[in-house]
Ligand binder design. Sequence first.
Ligand SMILES: Cc1cc2nc3c(=O)[nH]c(=O)nc-3n(C[C@H](O)[C@H](O)[C@H](O)COP(=O)(O)OP(=O)(O)OC[C@H]3O[C@@H](n4cnc5c(N)ncnc54)[C@H](O)[C@@H]3O)c2cc1C
Length: 273
Amino acid sequence: MDSAAVASAPPAANSAFNTETVLWVKHWTDRLFSFAITRPASFRFRSGEFVMIGLPGLDGAKPVLRAYSIASPHFAEELEFLSIKVEDGPLTSRLQHIKPGDQVLMGKKPTGTLVLDALKPGKRLFLISTGTGLAPFLSVARDPDAFERFGQVIVTHTVRDVKELAYRDLFTAEIHDDPLVGDQAKVQLVYYPTVTREAFERAGRITTRIESGDLFRDLGLEAGKFHPDEDRIMLCGSMAMIKDVAALLEAHGLVEGSNAEPGDFVLERAFVG
Ligand SMILES: Cc1cc2nc3c(=O)[nH]c(=O)nc-3n(C[C@H](O)[C@H](O)[C@H](O)COP(=O)(O)OP(=O)(O)OC[C@H]3O[C@@H](n4cnc5c(N)ncnc54)[C@H](O)[C@@H]3O)c2cc1C
């Protein structure tokens, strides 16, 4: 084979990455956007898992790849992602400019702990997120399995400014018309946004609302704290939130689970830093 043929050859079948096509892009703010890509027929994942997403390197450099939670449920025809825009970020300084028809790289091996199988059965499922940590819960909360396993599914999303409440319309209205989970969502889903730096109907960090008991009071739960026999929790977002809430959960007697050993709560940081 001559070198020109090598240069234009598609990625080898045994490459760790698929090349996928961007289907749509939606910009929420100057720091946040969502996009969807084609789904390879052979790609399987569990709702809540993450995968490597990237772009080819510039000037022959190695591809730039980063972990991304898949925001679509496991049966979706396209794969949706919610992304930060980091001004000088090696990946997102470029990824934020993608347009429909562009190509992105996607790893072939999804993985992660924010899956229903890593939790013991329970009465309520709390999906607690900050910022882009909402992404895996967009997947879990659109999966009928979540509503079949739990009587109530509570999605909390904490952001700095109201405009960063991406997917607010989905959780307050659109999901009720979803052909698969709409009827269950109307009855079983609670959306609980909180905002830290602007006036909002619910102000403050989720950690503070757990500590003060406000979260439970707002939900009409008399115990005022998490209950190891009833509550199951997934955490995703900033390191500080995860560390603080995990400590509270342990203080309430809940035990961290994993794929190998299901427990009362599971966690995944949405970014390093
Ligand atoms: C398991 C896992 C899942 C992830 N899922 C997502 C996801 O669904 N969506 C997403 O946008 N990112 C996600 N990330 C972060 C992602 O991998 C990249 O860090 C992000 O895309 C920025 O890449 P970058 O190369 O532009 O900058 P990087 O060099 O990776 O990051 C530069 C700095 O930007 C900040 N930063 C990075 N990511 C975020 C973020 N998401 N929110 C706030 N600040 C951030 C941090 O301070 C970081 O040090 C995930 C990370 C992990 C480990």
